[in-house]
Each structure stands twice: as C-alpha cells, then as structure tokens.
Write a protein that binds this ligand. Structure first.
Ligand SMILES: Cc1cc2nc3c(=O)[nH]c(=O)nc-3n(C[C@H](O)[C@H](O)[C@H](O)COP(=O)(O)O)c2cc1C
Ligand code: SF4
Length: 436
C-alpha cells in the first residue's frame, strides 16, 4: 500500500482549515460512520485493534486507555485534549490545529462517542494564538452545522467542546498538571494512581489524549484497523508527523510513515546537514530524550526501535546538531529549560534541575572540575524514578547521555577553561558564571 498523507495532504490550500473545504474532501464521514455503525464498545475494540499509540510522548495504546474508563458511573466523563505542545523541538500539533482543525474535531467526536463523553476541553498553549483562533472558528462552524451541540449529526448524542488557553508552563503538558490547571488551580502534577481515566478532571473519569493521536481516528475509521496496522511497524503503526529542527538544510514538519529511517529523514527529506557539514548528534524525540551519537542514527523512527537504541520517540521533535556544535553549550540550554520549568513540588527535581544547570553552566564558562562529571551522574541517579511526575527524568536523561556520549568534549572544556562556543560568543563572561 502506498503511503497516504493524512495530516498534511492539502496544507498548501489556503482554505484547508474551513468546514466547507474539509467536507469537500469527505470530512466528518468517519464521525457519521462511527455514530451510525459502531456501538461504543466495538469502536473501542477497533481502536485497540489498530494499535494506535499516543502521540503525546508516552506512546500508550489509545484504545486500551479508553477501555479503563468505567462504563457504569454516576459521574460525568470528560475528554481533555492535550494541545500544550511545550516539549522543546516539537511543533506538530500546531500544524493540525492551524491547517486542519476540523480533523481534530472529528477525532474528538469519534473518541467521545466511543467512551460516552459529552464534554471535551482542548487545552492549548497560550503562545499558539493563531491556532487558538483557528480552533475557535472551527468549533463555531461545527456547532452551526450540527457536528457539535445537543444533536450531533442529527442524533441524540450531545457533545460540547471548549478551548482553554494555558499560560506558558511546560508542566501543564503533563496530564495531571493540565487537569489541575483546567480546574483553575496552579498547574502541578499529582501522584498516580489514581490515573485520570478513573479520577481525573473534577474528580471524574477523564480521557487525556494528544491532538495528533485524536486526529488519527477519522483515518482509522476510513481504512479500518487492519489496513492502518500496515502503515509502518505493526506494534506502533500509522502516519506520523516529525518536527525537524537544527542544522539541516530544510527544517520543518514532515509527514511520513512511522518507522522511517532517521538518516533518511535527515538526508533525503530535510536535504542533509546544512553548509555541507557532518552530523554530530541527534535528539530524536524532544529534549527529554537521550541524545544519539552520529554513529547511532541509522535507526527506525518508531517507539520500539528507538527504545532499543537507548532513546525514545517521545514527541518526535528531532533536533539535529552538526559537527561544529558545542555539546556542553547545548546542554546548558537544555538544563536551563528544565530548571526553569520544574514546578518545585519534589525536592529531587526542584534542587536537582538547579544543580545540573549550575554545574553544566560552570563547565561551559570555565569553572568546571573533573569531579563534576561524577557529580552529574550521582545527581541524575537520585532524580530518575523518584518524583511525582517524570519531568525530573526528562532533565536527567539528556544530562546523562550528553555527558556520557560526549565525555571527551566535557573534559576538554574542564581542562581548557570553558567551551570554545562560549569563548567565541562571550569572551568577557569566561571565568564568571553560576557557582554551586
Ligand atoms: C513534563 C511533561 C510534559 C508533557 N507535555 C506534553 C505536551 O505538551 N503534549 C502532550 O500531548 N503530552 C505531553 N505530555 C504527556 C502527557 O502527560 C500524556 O501522556 C499525553 O497527553 C497523553 O496523550 P496520548 O496518550 O494521546 O499521547 C507531557 C508529559 C510530561 C511528563
Ligand atoms: S518531578 Fe518536578 S515537575 Fe514533576 S511534580 Fe515533581 S517537582 Fe513538579
């Protein structure tokens, strides 16, 4: 079967976001089919059979997650759509919301029908102003045409969708942090269990799904789970958006089958490493993922293959670094981000991210000591698996993998008075910096 693009089929058309355009391409037919032909439980089984895995980062099987929601409950059930998209290097959900907001709405209808949900919230990062406007317009169009509201597609099924804007905190992308923020509280993660499917928004059963995950659903109903499973590797199949940034000739968001080879993505799709330089390293799944050395990049971009390579697909934010990149300086930026975004509830995360930033910073700025590398290892070891959410792990993974895989470069910075990149850019700042 030749590969069919599902998220970027008509992105060049300036009207792709409108209801008229979407309908002209068969839009909302899958939602119609779902409500007309599929009993909710059978639909959950069909999504399980498709092997659709969450696109938000953890890769959890979508149908299985829906199956956890209690069928008999007096409480309302909710869908919370994760459109926070704050992982560094990630900008795929944005394409869907700006260019195909109706495809997301159709996915929302399908999931709500399957799980018996009548209220959905889309939690979108505040910086995505244009995408927010596009979503609001699309929702108004969908209500006016009877795709949303008291009688979805003329049936007795009722569904309301509300968009909620975040205020710029990365931690509100973590599902329980997002739900707390939606409740009007400070966005801080909660211990799991209970998982949101059992006790989520306002204490009620809640499905949390990523934008891209939901936007797959119309296609699954269009071609059926058996055909869907044949797109890419069977255990984590489907069309996939890859966000490529950094030192390639043509950075951007590209739609390819899950499992595309990383080197082919860089060289064939993105035109190779810029300025004729060589590849040094790639972060394959957003900045939380373990960095891959150039020698490790002949790998398939899917959940299992990247896990076997010691990294992860994560949000599929592919950050490419050329041979002139200073890995110490790059790690300073990553560590600054996690320190800034830690919500501060857990001591290993609150303190650990701060210590990591300070130590890496002082290595870059000429104050490093050889024992600092040992100290980074120890701090990371005390962060992973010891906190309420995995932001602490997300900070430790790059710190670990950068310092292990590029140890010589860190040692050179320590022995030679700082990072060459910092010396070139800020010669006056060498010898200064943060101290632990
Ligand atoms: C610190 C942190 C940030 C996250 N940010 C996002 C995000 O911006 N968007 C997203 O969809 N998932 C994000 N996640 C993953 C969510 O917690 C959750 O797994 C996901 O929304 C579930 O949807 P899915 O099963 O469709 O992938 C984040 C997780 C963590 C720990
Ligand atoms: S791990 Fe960090 S971000 Fe997550 S809850 Fe604890 S302090 Fe907050």
């Amino acid at each position: 079967m030749s590969f069919q693009k599902v998220f970027t089929r008509w992105t060049d058309d300036p009207a792709s976001h409108t209801l008229a355009f979407y309908e002209s391409k068969g839009g909302y037919e899958s939602a119609r089919k779902a409500i007309r032909d599929w009993a909710p439980d059978d639909l959950i089984e069909e999504v399980k059979a498709s092997n659709l895995r969450g696109r938000g980062g953890a890769g959890f099987p979508t149908g299985v997650k829906w199956g956890f929601v209690p069928k008999q409950t007096d409480k309302p059930k909710y869908l919370a759509v994760n459109a926070d998209e704050s992982e560094p290097g990630t900008f795929k959900d944005r394409v869907i919301m700006e260019k195909y907001p109706h495809q997301l709405l159709e996915g929302i209808i399908i999931s709500c029908w399957a799980v018996g949900i009548h209220t959905a919230y889309i939690y979108i990062r505040g910086e995505y102003v244009f995408a927010y406007r596009r979503l609001v317009e699309a929702i108004e169009e969908a209500y006016a045409k009877g795709y949303l509201g008291d009688k979805v597609l003329g049936t007795d099924f009722k569904l309301d969708v509300t968009v909620h804007r975040g205020a710029g905190a990365y931690i509100c992308g973590e599902e329980t942090g997002m739900l707390t923020s939606l409740e009007g509280e400070r966005g801080q993660p909660k211990l799991k269990p209970p998982f949101p499917a059992i006790e989520g928004l306002f204490g009620c059963p809640t499905v949390v799904n990523n934008v891209e995950t939901l936007a797959n659903l119309p296609y699954i109903l269009e071609i059926g789970s058996e055909a869907y499973k044949k797109v890419g590797p069977e255990r984590s199949p489907g069309p996939k958006l890859f966000c490529v940034s950094g030192h390639v000739e043509r950075p951007g968001t590209y739609e390819l089958p899950m499992g595309v080879n990383l080197l082919s993505l860089i060289n064939d799709t993105c035109g190779g490493i810029w300025k004729g330089r060589k590849l040094k390293a790639v972060i394959p799944g957003g900045s939380s993922a373990h960095v891959l050395h150039a020698d490790e990049c002949d790998v398939a971009m899917d959940i299992e293959s990247l896990a076997a390579a010691g990294s992860m697909l994560g949000s599929a934010g592919v950050i490419v670094m050329d041979d002139q990149t200073c890995m110490v300086n790059a790690l300073v930026n990553v560590m600054r981000f996690y320190h800034h975004e830690s919500c501060g509830q857990c001591t290993p995360c609150r303190e650990g991210t701060g210590w990591l930033e300070k130590i890496v910073h002082r290595i870059a700025y000429g104050h490093g000591k050889r024992e600092d590398l040992e100290r980074i290892d120890q701090i990371c070891g005390r962060m992973v698996g010891k906190t309420i959410c995995v932001l602490a792990d997300a900070a430790a993974f790059p710190a670990w993998s950068f310092t292990q895989k590029f140890r010589d470069e860190f040692l050179q910075c320590i022995d030679n008075g700082g990072s060459p990149a910092v010396k070139a850019r800020h010669p006056d700042r060498i010898g200064g910096g943060l101290h632990v």
